[in-house]
Design a protein around this ligand. Sequence first.
Ligand code: MN
Length: 282
Amino acid sequence: MSNRKIVTITKGHGQHWVGDGFPVRSMFSYGSDAGISPFLLLDYAGPADFKPSDKPRGVEQHPHRGFETVTIVYDGEVEHRDTAGNSGKIGAGDVQWMTAARGILHEEMHSAEFTRKGGILEMVQLWVNLPARDKMSAPKYQEIVNKNIPVVEFEGGSLRVIAGDFNEVKGAAETFTPVYLYDIRLQKNAELKLPVVNGFNAMLLVLSGSVQVGDKMLNAAELAVFDVDGDVISLKAHNDAKVLFLSGEPINEPVVGAGPFVMNTEAEIHQAFSDFRAGRLQ
Ligand code: MN
């Protein structure tokens, strides 16, 4: 067993609004960070307190092509509707794994009830790349509710296996390439060893509390990117902590993206825009 080391700790690239529903910190994106494939982008929304309203909030209909969007809700409730005919409402503990692949249009809004009542919204949206062979496959939608996500309990904490596996417990999501996604809760002083495949990229986002890795301390709203060498990441909670772990096999292909499209070549991006304008993404 050899321990992975942290290469960088980032607080992300500043805050902005996605539509009028999601105040996000962009923790990484494919344009500016290395060592993150197969992940393309991670937006951390909130926690933000929304006042009751009668006006729907969120992001109006927009396209995607070439990858998957994964939405993990920690607090609040959001609704999705897309042109592949899929729709769903997810709340705290639920995950939506939406494969845009060759293309969809969708809207992402606060649920009607959450809008009316108001409350705390906290969620993560992760973009997972698809290998070239799957970029133009059929769109797909996995609504993964809390009760269908396996939970592994250990001394001082718990780990929900959203994707991949952990100690032979298989995760809930189907993925195109090997991806590991764990929602981890640690009580103060709890220790955890996360197995990680040598050569796969790995990151850790702390949502609340603080966690020690080696001689480094990770605090709330900080993301650590790890070196690719080593097969274990050892954590110790400095206080009660909520952590998202991401790992995956890098997709060693060119990444060319523009706005909501991520493909392998400029020509494919031009094609995506022209297909969108011609109404072919639905
Ligand atoms: Mn979207």
